[in-house]
Design a binder for this molecule. Structure first.
Ligand code: COA
Length: 180
């Protein structure tokens, strides 16, 4: 278990009600989530995949999915329902330490579950994880037209210390260091 995994497991799980009898439980990602993540990204609409990976293209390949799950950095949302999708991965937050006190964060929520507050919870848990690890900034990279993602970043209760827009791709950096 690497340091990030140990930190992730100290973060409390969160349960988000969806509707009568359905909820999503957000928990730290585990190695065994690789195949659930593969199904999740394969089911994500082309438009959501374009927003997540900043361009059109096939679902992420096995190497990337293994990196998400085996490095165990981040969180998955698991759907609970009385139905065929019970136990499916329905959301993913990636928190990657890239050195020099910096984290890169990225999120995806199943199309049919977007707009219900899951992204907001993922954002708060991802920032807590990065902060608990002693990282100083977290950067989200998004297509400039991605209104929900920009809202998530702007409402994360952290100060924005950098915001760069280049060729339709925006990088917004949040401070993880509490203001003095
Ligand atoms: C971006 C994403 C992760 C947000 O997750 P979510 O669960 O839909 O987000 P929430 O329900 O917590 O809403 C977050 C904010 O976006 C707003 N929002 C959600 N859907 C919206 C829409 N279609 N249009 C405008 N605003 C929207 C919400 O109102 C909320 O803002 P508020 O706090 O001011 O009310 C999700 O939409 C997604 O997976 N998109 C595709 C992948 C992607 O874009 N990833 C980001 C790049 S890393």
């Amino acid at each position: 278990m690497n340091e990030m995994t140990a930190q992730a497991r100290t973060v409390v799980r969160r349960r988000i009600p969806i509707d009568d009898g359905r909820w999503v439980t957000i928990r730290p990602i585990e190695r065994s989530d690789a195949s659930g993540l593969s199904d999740f990204y394969a089911r994500l609409s082309p438009e959501s995949r374009r927003m997540r990976f900043l361009g059109s293209g096939p679902p992420p390949d096995g190497d990337l999915l293994r990196a998400f799950a085996q490095d165990a950095e981040g969180f998955v949302g698991i759907l609970s329902e009385r139905g065929p999708r019970d136990g499916a991965v329905a959301a993913h937050a990636s928190v990657q330490s890239v050195g020099d006190g910096k984290a890169e964060i990225a999120f995806a929520v199943a199309d049919e579950l977007q707009g219900r507050g899951i992204g907001r919870q993922l954002m708060s848990m991802a920032l807590e994880l990065a902060q608990a690890r002693g990282l100083r900034t977290a950067t989200a990279t998004l297509l400039a037209e991605n209104v929900p993602m920009r809202r998530l970043v702007q409402r994360a209760n952290r100060s924005i210390v950098a915001d760069h827009l280049d060729a339709g791709v925006e990088e917004i950096t949040l401070s993880l260091v509490p203001a003095a």
